[in-house]
Design a protein around this ligand. Sequence first.
Ligand code: RIB
Length: 303
Amino acid sequence: MIVVFGSLNMDIIVRVPHLPEPGETVLAPEHRTAPGGKGANQAVAAARAGARVAMAGCVGADDNGRDLAAVIGREGVDTGLISVGGKPTALAMIPVDGAGANQIVVSSGANGEARQDRVTDDVLGAASTLLLQHEVPRAENIALARRARAAGLRVILNAAPAAPVVPETLDLLVVNEVEAGVVGGALGIPSGDPLDLAQALADGAGLATVVTLGERGCIAVAPGERWRVAGLAVRAIDSVGAGDAFCGTLAAALDAGLALVDALRRATVAGALACLEPGAMPALPHAASVDARLAELAPPVPL
Ligand code: RIB
């Protein structure tokens, strides 16, 4: 079982002619709301990939919070560890331009009240993987990661939004190129090449690191192995949630016992397929869709 400790946001998505510059106002014809949050998205991505998933986090005592819990519950995610805090459910404002590029601003609200002690030792004892992101308090993430490692779980962190990490609390780190720069800088590994960061983490902390490269696929370094997985060619319309599809699918595949390189291939396809529909959670692919496109992927290349 995978435990996801993370954010639950209601996304407000607006199609704009161009993303606003600082100080600029941009008009959008309308907005759409959709369930989201990196935590909730990754929980649903893992469930759609076939994993048993429990989600821990915090929502407000409001309609958005109730809707989010209900939506992910209908996906088969166990919502019993989601608490109700004193602040409103988080909102994410997401303008998307005509080329599918986006900006995201999250008003954290109840995500800031997520507490790791909600994930009891009993729950950790029944789980095999813990999946984390950076939209809930960092100290809670670190404390839960330490407990999970001590209990023998695989701990995966998607360091999004970018912030420093504590390598010894993790088994696997997933970052994009921007996040790799921030994580590397904080650890004193300032090289601009994400491969250098990944290799340094593998050598120094025994950590597996995956760096996602957008439509170019990903690279990964783990002790004793280095891979490049090419991207799946798709006509992307909206990349919001692609990283979450990647992380949830990767966690599900590893939790099911797949080798790292095979899990990376499934995650890469899932990330690409998430770009074919607008929004984050609604666009997350099911296992069958990933299966159907897997053969189109170029063979992985050992580096
Ligand atoms: O990764 C996409 C997600 O980031 C959105 O659903 C939004 O809520 C933000 O957390």
